[in-house]
Write a protein that binds this ligand. Sequence first.
Ligand code: TXA
Ligand code: MG
Length: 355
Amino acid sequence: MPHKLITLAAQRLRAGGVVAFPTETVYGLGADARNENAVLRVFEIKGRPADHPLIVHLAEAGQASAWAAEITEPARRLMARFWPGPLTLVLPARDDVPRVVTGGQDSVALRVPNHPLALALLREFSGANGDAHGGGLAAPSANRFGAVSPTEARHVRAAFGTQVDQVLDGGPCRFGLESTIVSLLDERPRVLRPGVLPLSALREVLGEDGIEHSASSDSAAPATLRVPGALAAHYAPATPLEIHTIDALADRATTLLDQGLRIAVLRRNRNLRSQGLPPALPQFLLPARVEPYARSLYARLRELDRFAFDCVLVEAPPVDETWWAVNDRLARAAAQWPPRVPLAELTRASHWRIP
Ligand code: TXA
Ligand code: MG
């Protein structure tokens, strides 16, 4: 990408504009975190409720002290080890941090993304702002509120068109799932949102018992998140999803097909035979391993929406720690099912979609 485009983007941000940019996780919708009107525009464009706080993105860890009132010892260690990277830290906010960014709270979420374009943009933006500003870009994921996060520039353009001043195109995101959010507000660091950075990595720095989390090993839908504004049906595609173990897929598919519904199956690609699935059933595949699965999940869900299936049956991934973030997002994507329209209603002619 020509540096001119980055310079232009930084200028627009300083003038109160809204610029979408790639990170290693998902695309963000950025605005000057010290400019209340610019941040309000982000909320408006996204359709996001005002009490959902935004992450402030920084060019380097040294800028954190312009935003956080206190940087605790575990925070320091996490920054040193994982920034730039897919880890967001929630810290007590300085008084001068606009509360529009923090959703009215006295804490602020900070992250240094690990993406050359994002870092170039953040450096250019902060370079011209002076040290007191702290260089922060408030940036939520660049999707409409409640929808799945964008992992490619075209997803951002499709959602927002000319509502944003510029979209920096960095190609598909390397990880495709959001950052891990850790709160340092209490004595013990706590995972607020599972994400790309695994628990095992956090434990390496904080010790085996050094991190609190609600990962459960016995449920396919483990996390009840305590992130403010984390709604059950976040990250949801337009298509109703159901999650089933591979053994239960065939029965469920038969039941729904018997009701006259147009359905499909989304499976992990493990070269298994069809597991007794009805022969004419459309099957979509995701990679078997967790990293490529996570990388393509959101794009796959968007693609499936184009078919307007009545329901997509998703093969449940393994329930273990490495799949925690994926299982969390899948559970949220499926949380609206039973759908807004009950199944019995769906089978009435008025709700049928003409293919
Ligand atoms: O990977 C990511 O984190 C992406 C990229 C663009 O950086 N960003 C992202 O932002 O996912 P967003 O706005 O979609 O999600 C941010 C989450 C929200 O769930 C919000 O509640 C939480 O961060 N958050 C922000 N500030 C917080 C705070 N002060 N306390 C607790 N949670 C906070
Ligand atoms: Mg989001």
